[in-house]
Write a protein that binds this ligand. Structure first.
Ligand SMILES: Cc1cc2nc3c(=O)[nH]c(=O)nc-3n(C[C@H](O)[C@H](O)[C@H](O)COP(=O)(O)OP(=O)(O)OC[C@H]3O[C@@H](n4cnc5c(N)ncnc54)[C@H](O)[C@@H]3O)c2cc1C
Length: 461
């Protein structure tokens, strides 16, 4: 069958919007990464789980590969369709299906955005804690498929922690209703959790039951400048010993000029220090604010920190956060090569020193930026392509340096992908974190759920 035969058959057999417009193929066939050229067969927009089942059944019968597409904010090319795949966009499956006050759960379709869930929870006097700067565009289906983390993992955990049930269509075409909102369910293998972080390789996530929680109390944030990274984890220990932390974030000096340019505002602490921390603390009363100030003053007097500022009101709180939250967007004007790596939190200072030595050695002329969630042991490494540097030459250079970075990750028993997923971009490096035996088992699991290999082929392994 020719491509146009497949498209005509698809249009005649499946009752969904289908687009083959060039602009749609380009938009829906890719994500935030700009390494690959999208080349999908078509884009299809299901509205219900039955539509999703029909699409999978069509794909199996006609040997068509499917690439699930959420908000396309992914940073590992998991949603990239570059080999004639049919892109399944969830953007028309964006409804809240039900809210259960007693269980504090929300049933939603997979295409609802993370921000819409946060807003809905707030309307009900509750809280959905998973958050990051792409929340306005990313979808819950994409968050589940990548087990997204973000800025509050130190307090609330990853997306996995907030999923109580999933309705999925496996690559084989079965509809599975997994866990059904239960808190306790000790009945053998946990199939729901297999889908969390599976990057669309086992099946399509159509609906999810989301756990909500109590709204957080008032919080304050402290922006801190450091002379050396060794002190970062000592500062974490001091604050965490006496207070509840919502976030413990970090960025290197090289991030400052980009974010200052984007925000058109100066950073309100000494701007020549090599490292900055953002410590978000629950401060429901003056007591916690006093404790935080005491810890800060002691750390300053003993030379642990060089400079800092504590938010005094909600507007200052948001202003201080903006210096961390806007980094990814500020550097998005460049083609950026990203690594998202993790080690145990206690190893962060040594790890950052080792990684910085590699970056200084390998990229003496490029802007290299470190930032991320160091309270969770997670740093993002971004290398910016100078505008006049050849794209392919730049990417090849970065791929070459990856070996050195990932050898260091492996030395620390760390992960080559902390929260962005493997997708296409990190696939060649999986063995730095997962053993051959683990990868064989993962391939075996995929075969059970997706015997014809139609689900997002080429991703993860
Ligand atoms: C500015 C910015 C900041 C970010 N910050 C963070 C951060 O702090 N923490 C973090 O973890 N991530 C972060 N990300 C990455 C990204 O937002 C997350 O990975 C997010 O979970 C992706 O969701 P999405 O809906 O955009 O998924 P997409 O990019 O569309 O897809 C991601 C993967 O999920 C699969 N998928 C999507 N929908 C489904 C479905 N319904 N069923 C099965 N598979 C599906 C896709 O095939 C793909 O493999 C950031 C990205 C940007 C651009």
């Amino acid at each position: 069958m020719t491509t146009s035969d497949v498209i005509s058959k698809l249009k005649s057999e499946i009752n969904c919007n289908i687009s083959t417009e060039k602009s749609d193929l380009e938009t829906y066939g890719t994500d935030w990464t700009r390494e690959f050229n999208p080349d999908p067969l078509a884009v299809i927009f299901p509205k219900t789980i039955e539509d999703v089942k029909n699409i999978v059944s069509f794909a199996n019968k006609n040997k068509v590969s499917l690439t699930p597409s959420g908000g396309r904010t992914g940073l590992s090319a998991g949603a990239v369709a570059k080999n004639g795949e049919l892109v399944v966009s969830f953007e028309k499956m964006n409804k809240v299906l039900s809210f259960n006050k007693a269980d504090r759960t929300l049933e939603v379709q997979a295409g609802i955005t993370t921000k819409e869930i946060q807003d809905y929870a707030k309307e009900k006097g509750l809280f959905y804690p998973v958050d990051f700067s792409s929340a306005g565009s990313s979808q819950i289906g994409g968050n589940i498929a990548t087990n997204a983390g973000g800025i509050r993992v130190i307090r609330y955990g990853l997306t996995r922690q907030w999923i109580k049930g999933l309705k999925v269509v496996t690559g084989k075409g079965d509809i599975l209703e997994l866990n059904k909102g239960l808190t306790k369910n000790a009945t053998g293998y946990d199939l729901m959790n297999l889908f969390i972080g599976s990057e669309g390789t086992l099946g399509l996530i159509a609906e999810a039951t989301i756990q909500l929680t109590t709204q957080p109390k008032d919080s304050s944030v402290i922006l801190i400048g450091l002379k050396n990274i060794e002190n970062s984890i000592k500062v974490l220990e001091l604050f965490r010993e006496k207070l509840t932390l919502n976030a413990f974030e970090f960025f290197s000096h090289s991030a400052v000029k980009h974010v200052v340019k984007k925000l058109e505002r100066n950073i309100p602490v000494c701007d020549t220090l090599p490292y900055y921390l953002l410590v978000d603390i629950e401060t429901p009363s003056d007591n916690e604010i006093e404790i935080a100030s005491e810890i800060y003053t002691n750390a300053f007097e003993t030379g642990l920190i060089e400079d800092g500022v504590i938010s005094q009101n909600p507007s200052q709180y948001r202003e201080l956060w903006s210096f961390r939250e806007n980094i990814t967007e500020a550097i998005s004007v460049f083609l950026t090569y990203k690594n998202d790596i993790s080690v145990r939190t206690s190893q962060i200072p040594d790890f950052i020193n080792d990684i910085s030595a590699i970056l200084n050695n390998e990229y003496p002329d490029f802007d290299t930026i470190l930032f991320g969630h160091i309270g969770d042991g997670n740093i993002h490494v971004s290398i910016l392509k100078p505008h006049d540097f050849d794209k392919e030459k730049f990417l090849n250079l970065c791929r070459g340096v990856n070996t050195k970075i990932f050898e260091t990750v492996a030395k620390y028993d760390g992960s080559i992908s902390a929260e962005h997923g493997v997708g296409l971009i990190k696939k060649p490096y999986l063995t730095y974190t997962r053993s051959e035996a683990e990868i064989e088992l993962m391939k075996g699991i995929k075969k059970v759920f997706d015997p014809n290999g139609i689900m997002n082929p080429g991703k993860i392994f």
